[in-house]
Ligand binder design. Structure first.
Ligand SMILES: Nc1ncnc2c1ncn2[C@@H]1O[C@H](COP(=O)(O)OP(=O)(O)O)[C@@H](O)[C@H]1O
Ligand SMILES: [Mg+2]
Length: 263
């Protein structure tokens, strides 16, 4: 009698152990499958983001060049024709005054087209690199967005050009866009640091701030992360230490990636 009970208990225990073992095995396998799927998905997402970035960059470059070359040439020609026509009109006549006015409008439009072309894709980035492009760009942001930008540079400058310059510039551009659109702040701090092994750039505001882990992720934040990754670097969205709220965007790119024109 006792033996039978004992045997049944053993049987029951063995069956339970086997069941636990099989369930664990199944769980481990399905977990592994899930992780593999997640990895593929994340890879595909990253690939998609990179394609998006490349397409956006080539579109912007194309539109910028087209604006500068085609429209620039047309407007320059119209301006020259108007100047010539003005000379034929009698001195002091209303026609001459009007032609001069149209000429001024044409010149104004030409300047706007040129600066739009620059903003879409600064030729400067390719010609003179990141540092001088930022020297030009930050005052433009001040003027157009109406915020005060304090700009600080430190360290021994090294050249940043090629794709690295484009990616860094776009990250700064998006950070400043977000700052003007979302932070509610009217002041910004931009710090460019040339460190021995690293290029570091910070964009800071003391506005309303946000939580990058829980905030709605727009394409802007995703693209910033993806560009940083393309450069083998990192981008962080931190709370500012100096004020209760506010945002500090910090981009770090290793020097070797910049020198090898990565991305
Ligand atoms: N400097 C900032 N201050 C406050 N909120 C910000 C800031 N930068 C980003 N955000 C928040 O993060 C969100 C996502 O930004 P982003 O991905 O660039 O998308 P979008 O700019 O198109 O809304 C924004 O909608 C905003 O709520
Ligand atoms: Mg944005």
């Amino acid at each position: 009698m006792l033996h039978r009970v004992q045997r049944q208990v053993y049987l029951f225990l063995t069956a339970t152990l086997i069941a636990i073992f099989l369930t664990s095995l199944y769980l481990i396998r399905s977990n592994r499958r899930l992780f593999a799927q997640l990895a593929t998905l994340s890879e595909q997402r990253s690939e998609l983001a990179q394609k998006l970035i490349a397409t956006q960059e080539s579109t912007l470059r194309h539109v910028s060049r087209e604006l500068h070359d085609e429209f620039g040439q047309i407007l320059t020609a119209v301006g020259a024709m108007l100047t010539r026509a003005g000379k034929h009109a009698p001195e002091g006549s209303p026609l001459r005054a009007e032609l001069r006015e149209v000429c001024e409008i044409t010149q104004g439009t030409l300047d706007k087209v040129r600066s739009l072309s620059q903003a879409l894709h600064p030729v400067m980035l390719e010609e003179t690199g990141l540092e001088s492009t930022l020297d030009w760009y930050l005052p433009v942001v001040e003027r157009q967005a109406g915020i005060h930008v304090s700009y600080e540079k430190s360290g021994a400058p090294f050249p940043v050009d090629g794709n690295a310059a484009i990616h860094v510039y776009r990250v700064v551009q998006e950070a400043l866009n977000n700052l003007t659109r979302h932070s509610g702040a009217s002041e910004a701090w931009v710090r460019l640091r040339f460190l021995p092994e690293l290029l570091e750039i910070e964009i800071e505001d003391h506005g309303r701030g946000f939580d990058a882990t829980s905030a709605r992720q727009g394409i802007g934040l995703v693209a910033m992360r993806e560009r940083a990754e393309l450069l083998g670097g990192s981008v962080e969205f931190l709370k500012t230490a100096q004020s209760a709220s506010g945002t500090l965007v910090r981009l770090r790119v290793p020097r070797e990636k910049i020198d090898s024109h990565a991305g």
